[in-house]
Design a binder for this molecule. Structure first.
Ligand SMILES: NC(=O)c1ccc[n+]([C@@H]2O[C@H](COP(=O)([O-])OP(=O)(O)OC[C@H]3O[C@@H](n4cnc5c(N)ncnc54)[C@H](OP(=O)(O)O)[C@@H]3O)[C@@H](O)[C@H]2O)c1
Length: 292
């Protein structure tokens, strides 16, 4: 199966590329935008006419996995046009490419399509985004559904894991511990989600592709925790970590973009179809780290 991963220089795309590449039946190409990696080529999904774009006609992908988006939630709130371009227009462009190659389209989405009143959420619950990022992710989901192409929409949240840039929330804390830097974080205790290892997203993607599945799937681990609890779990693992974690509330933080407070995603549908699949959790991930 030929798989094109757009956004393979990032956390989710990078894990998907590294994981799928291990299997002989998969041939995987990955792309980057601003951060070149040894395993990726340049591709700007916001502008298919960009002369620097890699060419995939010969590769003829059976599957296109779209991991590109403007993911800075607060920045999206005050830069709506840029958010629309990078999240919605980029999806429309890649759907056109998918249509050209008759590829299955895999879209990575989020629990921010919900309002956070009733999480953790199942696929059947009503969407109601409360910030620009969530609204644009939902608009992109709808383009995918309306395209008529075979597709998967994978909703995820609070992703952590190994990545080249180490920029995710957990990786940044681990990097600070490793560098023996003092850590001082003020974190909300009322933003709940289901943190997930990007490697589990990659494994779930392979199961779904192998099973020729279509539709919306929620992927979440067994953890349901707030930001403070997640950071606390990480720093407690390393007795020598010099960390001051301070609890606060979302209201006190006054972040530009409203947050879905009781967010998170339930994997019941996925697990009912793949009963042998085991989602790992943050403690499992930390046991792979003998040093931060
Ligand atoms: N991380 C999370 O907690 C989380 C939660 C929910 C949903 N998601 C969704 O999962 C997807 C992947 O997230 P992530 O955390 O892996 O993000 P990430 O680490 O920021 O990676 C995003 C990737 O997309 C590329 N990209 C950005 N804009 C692009 C464009 N216009 N054209 C082509 N490539 C572009 C980036 O390239 P460069 O870095 O090379 O510029 C990078 O490879 C996103 O759709 C995000 O909304 C993530």
């Amino acid at each position: 199966m030929n798989v094109l991963i757009v956004g393979a220089s990032g956390l989710v795309g990078g894990n998907c590329q590294a994981y799928l590449t291990q299997f002989a039946e998969y041939t995987v190409h990955g792309t980057h935008l601003s951060y070149g990696t040894p395993a990726s080529v340049y591709f700007n999904s916001c502008d298919l006419a960009d002369p620097k774009n890699a060419e995939f006609t010969g590769f003829a992908p059976d599957v296109i996995v779209h991991c590109g988006a403007l993911t800075f939630v607060d920045y999206c709130e005050s830069n709506q046009e840029e958010s629309y371009l990078k999240t919605v227009t980029s999806t429309a462009n890649l759907l056109a490419l998918s249509s050209q190659h008759k590829s299955k389209f895999v879209y990575l989405s989020t629990d921010y399509v919900f309002d956070g009143q009733q999480g953790p959420y199942t696929e059947e619950q009503l969407v109601n985004p409360i910030c620009v990022y969530g609204a644009h992710k939902l608009a992109a989901e709808r383009l995918v559904i309306d395209s008529g192409l075979p597709h998967l929409i994978l909703r995820i949240t609070n992703v952590y894991g190994n990545e080249l840039r180490g920029k995710n929330f957990v990786a940044r804390i681990l990097n600070q511990i490793a560098a023996q830097e003092p850590i001082s974080l003020v974190l909300p205790i009322d933003q709940y989600a289901t943190p997930i290892n990007a490697l589990d997203v990659a494994k779930a993607l392979k199961s779904l592709l192998d099973g020729d599945k279509q539709g919306i799937y929620h992927l979440g681990s067994t953890d349901y925790m707030n930001r403070y609890q997640l950071a606390d779990r990480v720093v407690r693992k390393f007795a020598y970590a010099a960390a001051t974690l301070t609890q606060t509330t979302t209201a006190a933080l006054a972040q530009p973009a409203p947050r879905p407070l009781n967010g998170g995603l339930m994997s019941h549908k996925f697990l009912s179809e793949f009963p042998d699949f085991r989602f790992s959790n943050i403690d499992d991930y930390l046991t792979t780290k003998t040093h931060a």
